[in-house]
Ligand binder design. Structure first.
Ligand code: FMN
Ligand code: 173
Length: 365
């Protein structure tokens, strides 16, 4: 396993094609799925020379959580689909490498148990954040927040791009609508009498509005990030509503198809928040150079989604650990080649659009 791509190939070879499609797939024509990766390819890096630094510092602090590198595990549902230990294996790998894992509300291991696994591998400083779909039943939402808080999660990541569930036509063709027998969304057990953690308990609610964010702000002292804000006006509103950070995300192209690549939106979003809160980004990050491009354009960190599922499918805990080490090596190598000694050296002047004849005022075409 030398590249993220190798994990995808290996996972495809191992997995039930129905599950592989669930992971790889996106909404409708998957235009945005492809756009996320393509956008990174459309930028070039312009390195500095002779800046003399023997070692690079990759560590960073995000909303008070210490991370050994600016790469997080974005929340992905259903890890037990691809590995019998599920999110516990992922959490051990993340903790062992000092990486922040964002636990999906739709995890197949309960958040408390995931936290135990993380601490067993990474000690008391292992960092977990919790992803939340605010439920129209606020009492249920409050219980979920309490379960995450009791487990020691240090931030809440509220997904706001899912007023309805995205239409993944691969799942429809494959007839994949449910978890296989024996698997449950463990965080959803016993929220009401007799509820067994069925995935259909998750309500994607088109009624959600900024009032819900204000309410959440009142009931928790944890930092709140919004995941899935794409419009710069909404980024400004988020700041006004006391949100602590943004995870700029189009859900890996799984919600509204044909929205822009997240990288394309990054300059507008960072301009809108104007340094008042950190902006993280996910979608299409597959290489150390991708991480550097996002950070150079103002992201505080990036998240990876599908690569984690592929690595877990390929090699369980070890696979995820290898994936994270590989990305760390690529990031360190890219920093060195760019003449950067740390993340603060990554500035917009290191990035430019890929060449086109128009660069010379149309003189070359
Ligand atoms: C299999 C899978 C499950 C996901 N589950 C969730 C989820 O439960 N909650 C959520 O907010 N986002 C979810 N996402 C979206 C990811 O958090 C992330 O935004 C996206 O995967 C990033 O793009 P990438 O896969 O290109 O790295 C999921 C994505 C995938 C691929
Ligand atoms: O697949 C997804 O992208 C996702 O967000 C999700 C949410 C709830 C249950 C399963 C998947």
């Amino acid at each position: 396993m030398l590249t993220v791509h190798d994990f995808e190939t290996a996972a495809r070879a191992k997995l039930d094609p129905v599950f592989a499609d669930f992971i790889a797939g996106g909404a409708r024509d998957e235009i945005t799925v492809r756009a996320n990766e393509t956008a990174f390819g459309a930028l070039r890096l312009l390195p500095r020379a002779l800046r003399g630094s023997a070692a690079r510092e990759l560590g960073t602090t995000l909303l008070g959580s210490r991370a050994s590198m600016p790469i997080l595990l974005s929340p992905t549902a259903f890890h037990k689909l691809v590995d019998p230990e599920g999110e516990s294996a992922t959490a051990r790998a993340a903790a062992a490498t000092g990486t922040i894992m964002i636990v999906s509300m739709a995890s197949t291991v309960a958040v408390g148990e995931i936290a135990d696994a993380a601490r067993a591998a990474g000690g008391p400083t292992a960092q977990l954040w919790f992803q939340l779909y605010i439920q129209p039943d606020l009492e249920i939402t409050e219980t979920l927040v309490r379960r995450a808080t009791d487990a020691g999660c240090t931030a809440l990541v509220v997904t706001v791009d899912s007023p309805v569930l995205g239409a993944n036509e691969r799942n429809r063709r494959n007839g994949f609508h449910d978890l296989p027998a024996g698997l449950r969304c463990e965080n959803l057990r016993d929220l009401r009498d007799g509820e067994s953690g069925h995935v259909r308990q998750i309500v994607m609610s088109p009624e959600l509005n900024w009032g819900h964010i204000d309410w959440l702000r009142e009931i928790t002292s944890l930092p709140i990030l919004l995941k899935g804000v794409l419009h710069p006006e909404d980024a400004r509103l988020a700041v006004r509503h006391g949100v602590d950070g943004l995870l700029l995300s189009n859900h890996g192209g799984r919600q509204l198809d044909t929205v822009p690549a997240t990288l394309e939106l990054l300059p507008e979003i960072t301009a809108a928040v104007a340094g008042r809160i950190p902006v993280l980004l996910d979608g299409g990050v597959r290489r150390g150079t991708d991480v550097v491009k996002a950070l150079a354009l103002g992201a505080a960190a990036v998240g990876i989604g599908r690569p984690v599922m592929w690595a877990l499918a390929e090699g369980g805990e070890k696979g995820v650990r290898r994936l994270l080490e590989l990305l760390r090596e690529e990031l360190d190598d890219t920093l060195a080649l760019c003449g950067a000694s740390g993340l603060n050296d990554l500035t917009p002047d290191l990035v430019r659009p890929a060449w086109s004849g128009r660069l010379f005022g149309g003189a070359v075409s």
